[in-house]
Design a protein around this ligand. Structure first.
Ligand SMILES: Nc1ncnc2c1ncn2[C@@H]1O[C@H](COP(=O)(O)OP(=O)(O)OP(=O)(O)O)[C@@H](O)[C@H]1O
Ligand SMILES: [Mg+2]
Length: 452
């Protein structure tokens, strides 16, 4: 069931219904009161006019004229003397006689309404005293039939009921449609998230307007796309890992079978065992690097920063790697003019620089040159590893920090790389809140710059 739309519809509907009932009641009462008041005013005005005419020109003829004027269905007039005896009256007097008692015996000094219960009484009435001389006094009493008023109220009630019922039905339909329109995208998003939670990330939500619903839909779509990308990246990564592990294992299995042959002499067997040892070592490094990366991904490794002088630190690294550089006849130069303090985790920084120096050595031609440079720039420490090696094409440069990415798989294998070094470097630099970037030209060399 579409529960949220039902709730919304009911909520809106009840609030508006409540307001509408109050407003209609107020309007109804006001209109009714105004109409009734108009009738009373008219009665009073007519009575007063008749009385004024009578006072001005008291005669039987005038009385007769007044009575003649009020000979109609709804209004009647009675003219009495001071004791309430009827001098003259218009038609329907039979109905009115007992009402005269109200005037009888009462001393009414001013014009006033004497019967105002228009809801229950068949008439409303007003009395207008006149005085010609001491003996000639009396009342002009006006009567108005209330059936007109009652009919008017009945009609008004009917119209209000029709208007009320129509607006209630229209409101209900409008709210039902509106809430459906509002909740439709919500339902689509709920379905999309359910689909995501079941592991199916191929979700496509429509572009909505720029409101909160639109933002929510956009966020869900982005989440689904990210999950989809991560899923395919993970699959790709697992396939690469499996491939990376299987290659040395194939060598190990193959060569161990060969090494087991009886006819081999000692020298040959040692050669094969050396290959097995080398491949096992490669496996060990690969697994260690993978574990390192897994830890970094989980954020379960910590960077413990401390301040230490950079120059002796780099000199130590320099002397550590320089023998392997000499083996390949590559000149490694350390450029660090001023000694200054750097704030970093020394073990991790060592790992970073050794990785870069290892790459510079691996991807440099013999008799080449590599520079390890360090300086300070606006409170940041800049460390550069500059080589004049094989270089990296522009389109590859952005990808070399990805896990297991190697520019040229077969060529890298010949260099012994697995494509994890720079991914580890990047994670470590990120953990220091630093940056790393590469400038490189194919065939001319590369410069890796770290800023921490
Ligand atoms: N200084 C460099 N000159 C030219 N190419 C480089 C250089 N450094 C890295 N690369 C390219 O980037 C790829 C990724 O480097 P990375 O250090 O991540 O992996 P690797 O050196 O192949 O293996 P690993 O470091 O895991 O032993 C390398 O395979 C290589 O193709
Ligand atoms: Mg490397």
């Amino acid at each position: 069931m579409n529960r949220i739309s039902t709730k919304l519809t009911l909520c809106f509907f009840l609030v508006v219904l409540f307001l509408e009932v109050i407003l209609m009641f107020y309007l109804h009462q006001n209109m009714m009161h105004t109409r009734v008041q108009e009738e009373f005013d008219r009665l009073m005005t007519n009575g007063k006019n008749h009385r004024d005419v009578l006072v001005e020109n008291y005669s039987e003829l005038t009385i007769h004229h007044i009575v003649m004027m009020e000979k109609n269905e709804n209004r009647n007039v009675i003219i009495t003397d001071k004791d309430g005896n009827i001098i003259d009256h218009s038609e329907h007097i039979k109905l009115l006689e007992d009402k005269l008692l109200i005037v009888n015996g009462q001393k009414i000094e001013m014009d006033e309404i004497i019967i105002d219960d228009w809801k229950n009484s068949p008439y409303i009435a007003s009395a207008h005293p006149y005085e010609i001389d001491e003996n000639t006094t009396g009342y002009v009493v006006m009567f108005q039939n209330t059936s007109v008023l009652q009919q008017m109220v009945k009609n008004m009630n009917l119209h209000f009921a029709i208007a009320g019922a129509t607006s209630v039905i229209v409101l209900f339909i409008v709210y039902a449609i509106l809430s459906k329109i509002i909740t439709k995208p919500l339902i689509r998003m709920r379905d999309a998230t359910e689909q995501i939670s079941k592991g199916d990330f191929d979700v496509s939500l429509p572009q909505l307007s720029n409101d909160e619903l639109g933002e929510l839909s956009h966020s869900i779509q982005t989440l689904a796309n990210d999950l989809n990308r991560m899923k395919s990246e993970r699959n790709e990564f697992l396939a690469s890992v499996a491939h990376e592990l299987s290659t040395p294992l194939t060598y190990i299995i193959g060569y161990s079978k060969v090494a087991m042959r009886d006819e081999l002499d000692k020298q040959e067997r040692e050669k094969y065992l050396a290959i097995i040892a080398e491949e096992s070592n490669r496996l060990k490094v690969l697994v260690k690097n993978l574990l390192d990366l897994a830890k970094m991904d989980e954020n379960s490794f910590t960077v413990t920063k401390e301040r230490f002088p950079i120059k002796p630190f780099l000199e130590k690294l320099y002397s550590l790697v320089v023998p392997s550089y000499e083996l390949k006849n590559i000149r490694l130069t350390l450029e660090c003019k001023n000694d200054f303090e750097v704030e970093a985790d020394p073990t991790r920084l060592e790992q970073i620089i050794l990785n870069l120096l290892d790459n510079a050595l691996k991807y440099s031609k013999e008799n080449g040159q590599v520079i390890l440079q360090a300086f300070q720039n606006e409170h940041k420490t800049i460390i550069k590893v500059i080589d004049a090696g094989i270089g990296i094409a522009q389109e590859e440069a952005n990808r070399i920090f990805e896990k297991l990415y190697r520019v040229e798989k077969s060529r890298s294998r010949e260099f012994g790389g697995s494509g994890l070094g720079l991914a580890i470097v990047k994670e470590l630099v990120d953990a220091h809140d630093g940056t790393i970037h590469v400038e490189s030209e194919l065939g001319k060399g590369s410069t890796f710059t770290i800023s921490i």
